[in-house]
Design a binder for this molecule. Sequence first.
Ligand code: UT7
Length: 332
Amino acid sequence: MTKPIRAKISALGTYAPPRLLTNADLEKMVETNDQWILDRTGIRQRHIVDKGVATSDLAVEAARKALAQRGLAPTDIEAIIVGTVTPDMLFPSTACLVQHKLGAAGAWGFDLSAACSAFVYALQAGAQFISTGAHKRVLVIGADAMSTIIDYTDRATCILFGDGAGAVLLEPAEDDSAGLIDFIHEVDGSGGCFLYMPAGGSLHPATRETVEQRMHYVHQDGQQVFKFAVRKQTELCEKLLQRNGLKGSDIDVFIPHQANQRIITASADRLGLRPESVIINIDTYGNTTAGTIPLAMGTAIEQGKLKNGSLVLLASVGAGFTSGACLLRWAF
Ligand code: UT7
């Protein structure tokens, strides 16, 4: 059997729409206050799309930056995977729309639905095409326009989410010293009832009633999700570290999904991570669902923490429940 080829991230592009929704803005919309939001979540502001701007637009902006960074043309891309829960429409897939807008003639692609774990799932899905030798350049995008499915009269959810996207290019690593090392992904469908959008699919197609009952928005039992997220994120990371003979302190950069600053610090503490290795940018972006991890990669680069050779741990928990952890050696 031929040895699998290791996939590496060779470029990164991120994008958040310019319009801001601050805690002060939300104070005027629902019964909340800046201090509560900051203390309970760590969020100060979110980026929000203007009307008419869709997830594919965010994805394309991020993808263009990633391609420019690597000096490649859209036609160099062989496959496009878009992780999102806010596709422009149910079909065609956002990947098709991105392929067309980018001008990535010759590429195929698909959407991947795994909520906040979509980026890590898509990364692994893309890596398989590289590993088998089927493709040499796969674009993996995490993009969500969460503001389009948020009920801005529900203070329990509207303070949390924002819009944004990140795209990475996957290419074969020259050798095993760089790239994706290992991953653990899980789903626990029994948690589906704690975070979901009830209508708009085949179970509850859009009707006057589904609109009146606000069923086209995100519904969440925050405490259930919080408890599961801390436990599962920690458990998966522990398993991944252990089976690779590593300790938390060996990790150079921890890039977790940004859902709540308290979830991040609780699991980072339990894992024994060095505080300076933990990337937090939720203050600036809120929870952008599939966008959080690539956006946080961008922050880690800006902060000078993510460098060639850094040992990186990614982690996420999201609706489903979906969860994932991924170990990689940064290579550009
Ligand atoms: O990426 C997707 C995954 N999602 C998550 O990971 C979210 C996980 N959950 C959370 O982050 C937290 O549960 C929340 C931030 C959503 C809520 O924080 P919490 O500490 O769990 O608050 P709580 O739901 O226990 O509510 C505490 C109090 C309640 O008031 P009483 O009953 O104590 O009087 C709420 O009504 O805070 C109240 N509250 C608010 N107050 C001001 C809830 N939302 C707000 C608000 N502003 N926006």
